[in-house]
Design a protein around this ligand. Structure first.
Ligand SMILES: Cc1cc2nc3c(=O)[nH]c(=O)nc-3n(C[C@H](O)[C@H](O)[C@H](O)COP(=O)(O)OP(=O)(O)OC[C@H]3O[C@@H](n4cnc5c(N)ncnc54)[C@H](O)[C@@H]3O)c2cc1C
Length: 489
């Protein structure tokens, strides 16, 4: 149920995987209700989604005004000079040669010695982002590149709907007005406004924040993350594309939240994510307009509310919650569709392993809850370590003591100058945000003690291991982002 990105991703993957198992997939959606229509940035996981469906980039990207994404640039998150912005690049294979030097330098810097700890200079995608080069490597380049995408979510929905048709997914456009249940609580059928009954053995709730099946029908409890993450609203407005299309998302900290700037081939998507406890809708809109230079633009902005948290169970009875209906961890780092895809993949594995029974339901629920929590922690860290002093919002985030044990441990290890990689391994966090992402965040933010007076003048692995030259030479293999985009046509 639901034809947003979550619904169409699930319908395609189920129909594709279980084509030979006599599984029939029906997707029902209400055009009247529509989709949330934001969510235009991905992680590299989305590449795997298209690969699983055998869809090439030249098939889908031009149709969805999509661009490549190799990096997220965080601007204005720290007022300290010299770190006005920092990068969180997607990690690729060349980084295995440089990441150790980055870790060593971060540890040396934590001890007070002056070393280069700028993530984008160590990691190839950071270098490409700065040069506005695309991530498509020529065949003779021996390393595997990782990257994500930016895309128009309405167009992606349309594209996936068309593709689902080729996989025999039945598409019904109707509003579901009630739900029929069996005596044991399982869902029996969805009843549409015009009285049609859509019955099935298994249901997938992709109804967005409404969570019609999981919350409203099966009464699955929703655990809010509001204490950890204050942002609950967003205001959105597009702006025209500039001459050169960036190959990165820009996330700029503003007075009471942050603004995204996502480049598509035809426009920028912009939005300000903020906490309504600190500013109201009008103030947020005024600030966004000032930030993107649209103060005099008669076009109106879209305002959205966000429900941040997760369901207590992601699979209950004969229903799987997916997408915004199962939970949401605000869009910093663009993890929502990544979580959707991971959930679909894990569900398909566990459902099939249990011969399409509930045998692995508890295990699945535990794995997904853990995913949500660890992704949440990484996002919370962006707020917790901030040193901005320009609003109550930033001070309240810094003073927030609602942190998970896992996050407290990570920050302790960092500030005590211990081995962060060993701690990430100990907590088995590598499948969430791994050691390098934590280093990008904490080093990028400048979470270091002051530089000591007596510097040895040696021990900077960036210089001693020739990292700048290595990445410069690697980058010579890549062409401009525009060239990559043109090659798709
Ligand atoms: C401000 C913001 C920014 C975001 N940025 C990102 C990002 O950069 N990257 C990212 O990965 N994700 C992002 N997300 C999340 C992303 O938008 C969603 O994960 C994604 O769009 C999937 O949404 P969905 O399909 O779950 O829900 P929706 O798009 O809301 O779709 C819900 C569907 O359910 C249907 N429906 C609901 N009720 C009924 C009913 N009664 N009868 C029939 N049909 C019904 C609707 O018609 C619709 O088709 C962002 C979200 C927000 C709020």
């Amino acid at each position: 149920m639901g034809g947003g990105t979550a619904g169409w991703m699930a319908a395609n993957l189920f129909a594709n995987k279980w084509a030979d198992k006599n599984v029939h997939v029906t997707l029902v959606e209400s055009p009247e209700i529509g989709i949330v229509g934001v969510g235009e940035g991905s992680t590299p996981t989305l590449k795997r989604f298209f690969e699983m469906l055998n869809i090439s980039e030249s098939q889908w990207m031009p149709q969805c005004n999509a661009t490549y994404k190799v990096n997220i640039r965080f601007a204005g998150w720290s007022p300290k000079s010299g770190i006005e912005d920092y990068s969180h690049p997607f990690i690729c294979q060349t980084d295995t040669f440089t990441q150790k030097s980055f870790f060593v330098n971060c540890r040396t810097r934590r001890l007070g010695l002056d070393t280069n700890v700028n993530p984008e200079e160590f990691l190839l995608n950071g270098v490409l982002a700065k040069q506005v080069k695309g991530p498509l490597a020529p065949e003779h380049f021996p390393m595997i590149m990782e990257y994500g995408y930016h895309f128009d979510s309405y167009l992606l929905g349309q594209f996936l709907a068309q593709h689902a048709e080729t996989l025999d997914v039945e598409h019904i456009q109707a509003k579901v007005s009630s739900v029929k249940q069996h005596a044991n609580g399982d869902i029996a059928a969805l009843i549409t406004e015009n009285g049609d009954e859509i019955d099935a053995d298994f249901f997938v709730d992709c109804s967005g924040f409404a969570s019609v099946l999981m919350q409203k029908t099966l009464n699955v409890k929703f655990n809010s993350f509001k204490q950890n993450l204050f942002n609950d609203s967003a205001v959105v407005m597009p702006t025209p594309m500039q001459d050169v299309i960036p190959v990165e998302t820009r996330a700029t900290a503003l007075s009471n939240g942050w603004a995204w700037k996502i480049p598509l081939t035809n426009r920028f998507g912009n939005g300000y994510v903020y906490s309504s406890d600190f500013i109201n809708q009008d103030q947020a809109e005024t600030e966004l307009r000032r930030h993107i230079g649209t103060e005099n633009d008669p076009e109106s902005c879209r305002h959205l509310k966000m429900r941040v948290g997760q369901l207590e169970k992601h699979w209950a009875n004969n229903c799987l919650g997916l997408g915004l209906s199962q939970g949401f961890i605000e869009p910093l780092e663009a993890t929502a569709l990544h979580l959707v895809q991971v959930c679909i993949e894990m569900f398909m594995g566990d459902f099939e392993k249990g011969q399409f029974s509930h045998r692995h339901q508890a295990e699945f629920n535990q794995k997904i809850a853990e995913r949500f929590e660890r992704v949440r922690d990484y996002i919370v860290a962006h707020y917790k370590v901030n040193t901005r002093d320009d609003s109550d919002y930033w001070r309240a985030n810094r003073d927030n003591t609602h942190l998970s044990e896992s996050l407290i441990q990570i920050l302790n290890v960092w500030y005590k100058r211990e081995d962060l990689g060993a701690e990430i391994d100990r907590q088995k966090l590598n499948t969430h945000f791994d050691t390098i992402s934590w280093h990008c965040l904490l080093a990028g933010y400048g979470a270091f003690p002051p530089i000591a007076n007596n510097q040895p003048g040696t021990g900077d692995h960036f210089i001693e291991n020739g990292i700048e030259e290595f990445n410069r030479r690697c980058s010579l293999n890549f062409s401009s982002h525009q060239h990559n985009l043109d090659s798709l046509k």
